[in-house]
Design a protein around this ligand. Structure first.
Ligand code: HEC
Length: 211
């Protein structure tokens, strides 16, 4: 009888010790006796995985030289004067935009570029006229009308002097779209552009058209 009591007391203490051991922090799993249950063997994107050493082989980056399905070819020119000079030969990979896509391109231009270049491309955006950003390019001038699309893409991708890079705000495709819009407006000359024509509703439509 005494032996059984000791045994019960002992196992009770042991259970308590294990219980308290395994829950000292809510964020840590405590003692792990089944690591497969605690750490998923599945490849989980960006999840911290403390079992990396045990052959969990997750690479969070695309394999070098591969392109996401449906993506445009990467723009590989270097960000230096040679790259700038070479950019004139880069061709626009997009087919000519239809009117819905052009509406979307205009929307993107008005959001991202018009603050400096102005909705009419004549450097009359508020940051230019207010003197906040000096020397904004007037894109209606001949030198810009004649500028190859590749050079424009280069400058919008890497930035130029007072203009920052738009590579993180606009996807490659969106940058080419905006440049097609700039070119279409330059061809139109001084014809006014109606910025109220487009609404955000065109985004979905233009994506649908693309696919
Ligand atoms: C913060 C103000 C600002 C914004 C916003 C801006 N730009 Fe510019 N942009 C400039 C300035 C300043 C220059 C003149 C750069 C130089 O040659 O010194 C310029 C030059 C350019 C050029 C001529 C580049 C070259 O190689 O000479 C193009 C094309 C252009 N911008 C297009 C765009 C487009 C498209 C957008 C929107 C995605 C945009 N810009 C947004 C300020 C801006």
């Amino acid at each position: 009888m005494k032996k059984i009591k000791i045994l019960i007391a002992f196992s009770l203490i042991a259970t308590l010790v294990i219980m308290f051991e395994s829950c000292d922090s809510k964020r840590e799993p405590g003692k792990i006796y089944m690591p497969d249950m605690t750490y998923s063997r599945a490849y989980e994107a960006y999840a911290p995985n403390s079992l990396k050493a045990e052959n969990i082989n997750y690479i969070p980056y695309p394999v070098e030289g591969t392109i996401r399905r449906g993506d445009l070819f990467p723009f590989t020119l270097p960000k230096d004067s040679t790259g700038y000079a070479m950019s004139k030969d880069v061709k626009d990979p997009l087919p000519p935009l239809d009117s819905v896509q052009m509406g979307e391109a205009q929307r993107l231009f008005n959001i991202n570029c018009a603050i400096c270049h102005g909705p009419k491309l004549d450097a009359q955006g508020p940051l230019a006229t207010g003197g906040k950003v000096p020397a904004v390019a007037n894109l209606t001038l001949k030198q810009y009308v004649d500028m190859p699309v590749g050079t424009m893409f280069y400058s919008v991708t890497y930035g130029k002097n007072n203009m920052g890079s738009y590579a993180s705000q606009l996807t490659r495709e969106q940058r080419w779209m905006v440049i097609q819009y700039v070119k279409s407006q330059q061809l139109k000359g001084s014809e006014s552009t109606d910025s109220t024509k487009t609404t955000s509703g065109t985004v979905k439509d233009s994506l649908a058209v693309k696919k």
